[in-house]
Ligand binder design. Structure first.
Ligand code: SF4
Length: 431
C-alpha cells in the first residue's frame, strides 16, 4: 500500500528522506523547542494543561474526548507514582496512521509524552505498541535512545529538577488491548482483558496508580501546540474540532495512504487527494472512522466534512480517522460478513453477550452471504444486537453491533434480495 503522509502533525516532513525520523532532523524542524520552553520558563503545570485545553485537541484514537480535560483529571498532588501511557495498539481495521508517526516522526510522540509527564507530575511513561508491527517498534526504541543521550529523557532533563523516563512495550497483537484498561492489564503482564469501570484509570490505572492514557497522534500533536500556540492549532481546524488530523484512506481509491488535513476539510477533497475512485468506478459507501463506525452511503458522505461534528451529524463517527472507501462492486453482505468475523475473533470472551453475541452475528450474516439466509434473519440480527449493545464491560460489543445496524439500514435491499433469491444482488469483487 502506498503511503502519502503530507505532514505528520504539522511538521511538513519529507517522508521519502531516509533519516527524517532521527533526532537531528526533528530538531532541525523545530523539535524539542516546546519542551525547552516549558522547562526554561518553569511553566506552571496548570498552564501547560490550559494550553492543551485551549487548542481544542480531541483524542485522536477514536473517542474524540478533549485531551486537555483528560489531563486535568490526573490528581497531580497524589503523593505516589503516577503514569502517562501511550496507546499505539493500533488494531482497528482500516487504521494505519500511528505506525507512521513511529516510522517518520517518533520524536514528536516522545516530546509530547515528556510534556504530558511534566504537566501531570509523572516520572515515567510507557508506549504500548501493537504486537504486529516490528520495524516501527525497533525504530521507536532507537529514537528513545537518541532522546536519552541528548538529555531529553532521564534524570534532571535539560538541567532542571524534572526527571522523566519513557519505555516502549511491545504487545502481542490482540485488538482488545487497544481498549485502555485491557492495555493496562497487558502492560502489567496479565491477560489483556478490559476491567470493570469505575474506577477509571485517572484514579486507578497502571499498577493501581493514577494514569492518563492518550493515543499516539494526540501526544504527537502536543509539541506544536506548546511551541506555536493553542490558537494556531485551533485555527487550523474548525470550532470544536481543532487542528489537523491524520486520515488513513484505504479501499477503492487510486492512492491509498495516510493524509494529514485540517479538520473540517470536505470529504470530496480528501477523496481527490487519494487519487479519486479507482478505475473510475462509482462511490458506493464509506466507513469514515474505522470498522466500528457506522457505514454511510457515498452520497451522504460527499456532503460531509472530515471532523467529529459533521460525521456525527451524518450518523457515524470520525473514530480513529480510518476511511474505508467502497465502490459499486462491493456486495454489502460480504463486506459485513468480513467485519463480523473480525469482532467474533477478537472478543476477549469475558462477557456472555459479547462472546456469544459476536458469534451469533457472524453465523447469521455468514449464512445470508452464502445463500442460506432464512426469513426473519434480519430481525434476528436486530434482536441479538439489542441484547449486546450497552450490556458488556467494554465497547467491543457495541463496535460489533454498529456495523450490523448501519449496513442493514442503508443497504437493506441487498440483504433482503440475498435471503429471498439465494444469490447476491451485487456480483462481489474485492479489488
Ligand atoms: Fe471482552 Fe467483549 Fe466483554 Fe469487551 S465486551 S470485555 S471484548 S467480552
Amino acid at each position: 500500500m502506498a503511503v502519502f503522509v503530507n505532514g505528520v502533525i504539522f511538521d511538513g516532513i519529507d517522508t521519502s528522506a531516509q533519516d527524517c525520523w532521527k533526532l537531528e532532523a526533528y530538531v532541525a524542524r523545530g523539535g524539542y523547542q516546546a519542551l525547552r520552553r516549558i522547562i526554561e520558563s518553569k511553566m506552571a503545570q496548570e498552564d501547560v494543561i490550559a494550553e492543551v485545553k485551549n487548542s481544542g485537541l480531541r483524542g485522536r484514537g477514536g473517542a474524540g474526548f478533549p485531551t486537555g480535560l483528560k489531563w486535568s483529571f490526573m490528581p497531580r498532588s497524589f503523593p505516589g507514582d503516577k503514569y502517562v501511557v501511550c496507546n499505539t495498539d493500533e488494531g482497528e481495521p482500516g487504521t494505519f496512521k500511528d505506525r507512521d508517526i513511529l516510522r517518520f516522526n517518533p520524536h514528536a510522540l516522545i516530546e509530547g509524552m515528556i510534556i504530558a509527564g511534566y504537566a501531570m507530575g509523572t516520572k515515567a511513561g510507557y508506549n504500548y505498541i501493537h504486537g504486529e508491527i516490528f520495524e516501527e517498534y525497533e525504530l521507536f526504541e532507537a529514537a528513545l535512545d537518541e532522546a536519552r543521550q541528548a538529555g531529553f529523557l532521564g534524570k534532571n532533563i535539560l538541567g532542571s529538577d524534572f526527571s522523566f523516563d519513557l519505555f516502549a512495550h511491545h504487545g502481542y497483537g490482540a485488538y482488545i488491548c487497544g481498549e485502555e484498561t485491557a492495555l493496562l492489564e497487558s502492560l502489567e503482564g496479565k491477560k489483556g482483558q478490559p476491567r470493570f469501570k469505575p474506577p477509571f484509570p485517572a484514579s486507578f490505572g497502571l499498577y493501581g496508580k493514577p494514569t492518563t492514557i492518550n493515543n499516539t497522534e494526540s501526544f504527537a500533536s502536543v509539541p506544536f501546540i506548546i511551541r506555536d500556540g493553542a490558537q494556531k492549532f485551533l485555527e487550523a481546524g474548525k470550532p470544536n474540532n481543532g487542528g489537523t488530523k491524520l486520515f488513513s484512506v484505504s479501499g477503492h481509491v487510486n492512492r491509498p495512504g495516510n493524509y494529514e488535513i485540517p479538520l473540517g476539510t470536505p470529504f470530496s477533497v480528501l477523496l481527490e487527494m487519494a487519487g479519486g475512485m479507482r478505475d473510475g468506478k462509482k462511490l458506493k459507501a464509506v466507513i469514515p472512522g474505522g470498522s466500528s463506525a457506522p457505514i454511510l452511503p457515498g452520497d451522504v458522505m460527499m456532503q460531509c466534512t472530515m471532523d467529529y461534528d459533521s460525521i456525527a451529524k451524518a450518523g457515524s463517527m470520525l473514530g480513529s480517522g480510518a476511511v474505508i472507501v467502497m465502490n459499486e462492486d462491493v456486495c454489502m453482505v460480504k463486506a459485513l460478513e468480513r467485519l463480523a468475523y473480525f469482532y467474533h475473533e477478537e472478543s476477549c470472551g469475558q462477557c456472555t453477550p459479547c462472546r456469544e453475541g459476536t458469534g451469533w452475528l457472524y453465523k447469521v450474516i455468514h449464512r445470508i452471504a452464502n445463500g442460506e439466509g432464512r426469513p426473519g434473519d434480519l430481525e434476528l440480527l436486530d434482536s441479538v444486537g439489542n441484547n449486546m449493545a450497552g450490556r458488556t464491560i467494554c465497547a467491543l460489543a457495541d463496535a460489533a453491533v454498529f456495523p450490523v445496524r448501519s449496513f442493514t439500514k442503508h443497504f437493506r435491499n441487498e440483504f433482503e434480495y440475498l435471503i429471498e433469491h439465494k444469490k447476491p444482488l451485487v456480483d462481489h469483487k474485492w479489488c
